[in-house]
Design a protein around this ligand. Structure first.
Ligand code: ADP
Ligand code: ZN
Length: 724
């Protein structure tokens, strides 16, 4: 017997299947999708068995060395899925499989994570009457009689020597069981009666015409989660499993708890706070069918469930579903649709601010649109106040307007709580005039220019346009140009000065990275140990604090000035989410948004809670500028240590693209926003296309041309969520 093995190194030049002979003693255990060890050059590598066949076209085959695990790691659905993802993303096949697996199953480097075991004892079939037992031996036997198998530790606590004797006499036999590191403490709760709007939506999915994808557009607090749970319950009743994807940031203990209360230990939660060992345990519970509802961030879409009945994608608009920093650059939403097709089940995507792409598809009838237009408790959305910082900046020495300070005072005096949000999304510095709010924009692209500190220039990273940084504002002629970068720490300092006696809790990536901190902070704020919660996106989503009646946004413009064609969309959806944190229970809520661009449409539509208005305006702009959803994008990033060489090759690539792709718009090459990272220079080329049959094969050819060339790296990103 011969097997085709894909080895676990992500090197494109060896990303293909190599044949090996199976020695006789391993024949009985060989199956598709298991991991084996093989000789590879002078090394021993781990790989996946992708083919089983009688013979090979090559002679002088080497033999596989051993089988790593007897369980199938990749089932036939996932094996096929990996190939599809490879075709869609043009990344090495091995990466497409590795992304599906917990770290513990990827090729071992350094620490190896094993399965943990517990030892249990139970009574054997030896007749007990023949023996005389002492007291502790009797106790042990009684315990085993009433409990079946008992943990070794418990019996040791009764008497170690008695346990030893009983085992020696074959009265007790050992049983080794796998130990799962994650323990769930669940108190199940009865489900809520659905509102008529909610049950209408559920009915449509269950009984209406079948659609592969539903888009559930429901305002914040409209009860989308309750709808998801009902659909999962229905799947469960039919013996089917489910996947629920949420952005990592909203995968809070609060969220997981809600699902556990309804479904108990049928839930497996995959989130980044788990250790590698814990993730591995959860993965095995899923693979064995012991957990049939998986809730997790992006990569949970690869959960090894069989017989899936429904796939839920919450906060559908979130860019966290796209992997953009490494291969495969896949979107979990696309993978969800592929898995839905395989299992013949629907994908339900929900959001209070659907992505333009999803809404456009829903309007065209590709997706079925479902609506939840009202909050569950009949409460209205909070009032939103826009504060023009162009006036305030001249009088205040802090980043707080009088309006915000006064609103905060009012709320704090009533012993209610405040959430302060600082939109620090993104990494790029931008330059603005402190006097008039002017920002520098690209004349060709209608996108803010990015400040390159090293060269003191402003650049457009879409088309390559560049200009020097001025000290004087071209608009108001004042010398007030400054690098605007306010951090949470700075704001915290200011709060100490303005509100010396209030208790401020700062929550951002720096303060929550330690395990368990996130949860602790949320609980502390909920228990009113703090008055003000100050944070980044971490505070924007999913949280539910009944005592919060004011949400303040320090600077809404940070997001708007990120040089990305989605900056308005992201700002609108983020601000709407943050606004949704205010006034969620009986007390009426209010939102104060500080901005230098009070007339910007993203801000105006946020104020009006008008998603559809925003959608229409943004669609017009996208159409004019030829961006998604009217065009598809592909981003090519060319990087290497020698900037001249890289630029030259980037130009060559551009010419090759131009020769071969006749209906594609090609922009660049231009330096990436972060031009140099770790002494590596980066150039980007953007492709915009509607239909281009040759696209994949042309890009693949170009990519293959550079295989083995150590001087240059080519990253390919289809439908990028970010261009950086
Ligand atoms: P969304 O996910 O749309 O933001 P949630 O599902 O979180 O909304 O619901 C908002 C609040 O309303 C939650 O506190 C939830 O427990 C409550 N809720 C949802 N549906 C119902 C219902 N049918 N009856 C009573 N309360 C509900
Ligand atoms: Zn430009």
């Amino acid at each position: 017997m011969v097997v085709g093995v894909l080895v676990q190194i992500s090197n494109k030049s060896v990303d293909r299947i190599f044949d090996y002979v199976v020695p006789n003693e391993l024949l009985k255990d060989i199956r598709l999708g298991i991991r084996v060890e093989v000789p590879f050059g002078r090394q021993t590598l781990e790989g996946f068995v992708l083919e089983i066949k009688d013979s090979s076209n090559f002679d002088k085959l080497k033999s596989i060395i051993s089988i790593r695990d007897l369980d199938i790691v990749l089932n036939s659905e996932l094996l096929e899925l990996g190939k599809k993802i490879q075709q869609q993303t043009l990344s090495p096949l091995i990466c497409c499989y590795q992304v599906m697996l917990p770290k513990a199953l990827k090729a071992k480097r350094g620490r190896n994570i094993g399965i943990k075991f517990d030892t249990y004892y139970k009574l054997s079939s030896v007749l007990l009457d023949d023996y005389k037992f002492n007291e502790s031996q009797k106790k042990i036997i009684e315990r085993c009689k009433s409990n079946g198998a008992v943990l070794r530790k418990e019996l040791m606590d009764i008497s170690a020597s008695s346990l030893k004797t009983l085992v020696k006499k074959n009265i007790l036999v050992e049983e080794v069981r796998e130990h799962y590191r994650v323990l769930y403490d669940y108190k199940q709760e009865a489900k809520r009666e659905l509102t008529s709007e909610q049950s209408g939506v559920v009915k449509e999915v269950l009984e209406g015409e079948f659609y592969p994808v539903y888009l559930l557009y429901g305002v914040t607090g409209s009860g989308k989660t309750e709808v998801y749970m009902e659909l999962i319950d229905e799947a469960l009743k039919k013996g089917k499993s489910s996947i629920v994807l949420v952005p990592e940031i909203s995968l809070t203990p609060q969220m997981v708890e809600r699902f556990q209360k309804r479904f108990g230990d049928k839930i497996a939660a995959l989130h980044s706070a788990l250790s590698d060992g814990e993730k591995y345990d959860e993965w095995r519970r899923i693979a064995r069918g012991e957990a049939s509802i998986v809730i997790g961030a992006r990569s949970a879409i690869f959960a090894p469930l069989t017989n899936i009945g429904i796939i839920i994608i919450d906060e559908e608009h979130s860019d966290s579903y796209k992997q953009n920093d490494s291969n495969p650059r896949y979107n979990a939403k696309d993978v969800a649709i592929l898995r839905g097709k395989y299992h013949n089940c629907s994908v339900v995507m929900g959001s209070a601010t659907p992505s333009l792409e999803a809404m456009a598809r829903a309007k065209k009838g590709v997706y079925k649109l479902l609506l939840l237009p009202h909050r569950v408790n009949g409460r209205s959305l909070p009032d939103v106040l826009i504060v023009d910082m162009n006036d305030s900046i001249k009088t205040s020495k802090y980043h707080f307007s009088d309006t915000l300070v006064n609103s905060m005072r009012e709320v704090l005096d009533k012993d209610e709580q405040v959430i302060l949000f600082l939109n620090r999304r993104g990494y790029s510095s931008f330059i603005t005039c402190k006097n008039c709010g002017y920002t520098f924009k690209c004349p060709n692209c209608d996108i803010s220019l990015t400040y390159h500190k090293s060269s003191q220039t402003l650049r457009c990273h879409y088309c390559g346009y560049g200009t020097k940084v001025y000290n004087t504002c071209p608009e108001c002629k004042e010398k007030s140009i400054s690098d605007l970068g306010v951090g949470t720490e700075k704001i915290e300092e200011e709060l100490e000065n303005i509100f010396p006696d209030t208790r401020v809790l700062r929550m951002d990536y720096d303060t929550t990275s330690r395990k368990g901190m996130h949860e602790k902070m949320i609980t502390a704020f909920k228990n009113h140990e703090y008055d003000i919660l100050l944070g980044t996106q971490i505070v924007a989503k999913g949280l539910d604090f009944p005592n919060v009646t004011l949400v303040g946004v320090i600077n809404a413009d940070v997001g708007l000035n990120i040089p990305d064609f989605r900056s308005s969309e992201n700002t609108f959806s983020l601000l709407s989410q943050v606004a949704g944190r205010s006034g969620r229970s009986k007390k009426t809520g209010r939102v104060v948004i500080q901005t230098f661009n009070p007339d910007h449409y993203a801000i105006e539509y946020t104020k009006k809670h008008d998603y559809l208005g925003f959608y229409q305006q943004e669609m017009m702009i996208r159409k004019c500028l030829k961006y998604p959803p009217f065009y598809y994008l592909c981003y090519l990033r060319i990087s290497g240590v020698n900037s001249q060489y890289i630029e030259k090759e980037a130009q060559k690539i551009k010419r090759a693209l131009e020769r071969n792709l006749l209906s594609t718009i090609i922009l660049g090459p231009s330096p990436c926003t972060v031009f140099k990272i770790n002494k590596i220079y980066r150039y980007g080329i953007i492709l915009k296309y509607k239909k281009e049959d040759q696209l994949m094969s042309v890009i693949e050819k170009i990519s293959n041309h550079y295989i083995g060339n150590q001087q240059i790296k080519l990253d390919i990103d289809f439908n990028p969520s970010q261009i950086y």
